[in-house]
Design a protein around this ligand. Structure first.
Ligand code: ADP
Ligand code: MG
Length: 237
């Protein structure tokens, strides 16, 4: 990584800074790196959606989040940006291994959010991998997975690596994302998720997003989040 310009925010954002950014409506007004700003600009993201406005100031202060907002409301950027910023602030590099894991219910959704991560993160130097079932090259994946900084996975494939890949390591994990949590649970991944979470370091930030707030989402939140911000955004339609 090239040296950081002196005007960039470095280190943990203190809680006090939350109030300074709580009213932000555009991505430009957030305390984020120039690299992320450039990625957002290239992808033509300017104004934040409601869930992004509600959650990003908290997430950038490294708080845990339970965010509920309907499909299409822009939840992906609400976790992609905090991941990029956390790893950037920590000066995460190739030798640091897995810094973030994003769990998605289906291969298709995982693929879509991987594309968003690649697009908005394209000016960063992190490595990212899409670990989903059904791909033939699981052995190649096993050799390379320890080199990746950001993993986008379906629960089954992640658990497979945790169980079978000798040098799979996530003891330095910084940010865990459970995306579309209601659907992860609907598809029957509750046991897999519990097994995954029990193997992850506790000292991490967790962002849980869901379109609906069900009892099983609440249970998962209790298991995975620490003192979370509860954010529920439901626009009138
Ligand atoms: P969700 O996960 O809540 O269903 P997505 O993150 O997939 O929603 O976003 C839905 C659509 O909205 C995508 O096409 C995405 O590119 C677009 N989008 C997200 N955030 C913004 C934004 N701030 N400005 C414009 N379009 C956005
Ligand atoms: Mg989504």
């Amino acid at each position: 990584l090239p040296p950081l310009p002196s005007n960039e925010p470095i280190g943990r954002l203190e809680d006090a800074s939350f109030s300074r950014y709580a009213g932000a409506t555009k991505f430009d007004q957030l305390p984020i790196s120039q690299r992320t700003r450039d990625g957002l600009r290239d992808a033509k993201y300017v104004e934040m959606t409601d869930i992004q406005r509600a959650s990003l100031p908290h997430a950038l202060c490294e708080r845990d989040i339970l965010g509920a907002a309907k499909t299409g409301s822009g939840k992906t950027l609400a976790f992609v940006i905090p991941i990029l910023e956390k790893l950037y602030r920590e000066r995460w590099g190739p030798e640091d291994g897995v810094g973030s894991i994003i769990i998605s219910p289906t291969r298709e959704l995982a693929g879509q959010l991987f594309d968003v991560l690649r697009s908005v993160g394209k000016h960063h130097n992190f490595s990212a991998g899409l670990l989903i079932g059904g791909r033939k090259d699981v052995d190649t994946e096993k050799e390379r997975v320890h080199e990746l900084n950001i993993l986008v996975c379906t629960p089954g494939r992640l658990l497979q690596h945790m169980d079978e890949t000798p040098n799979f390591e996530c003891s330095q994990l910084q940010v865990l994302v459970l995306d579309e949590a209601d659907r992860i649970l609907d598809v029957g991944f509750k046991k897999a998720l519990n097994a995954i979470i029990s193997q992850l370091p506790r000292n991490r930030q967790t962002l849980l997003f869901s379109a609906t707030q069900t009892k099983s989402v609440q249970d998962l939140a209790r298991l995975s989040l620490k003192d979370p911000e509860y954010l529920s955004v439901h626009e009138e339609s």
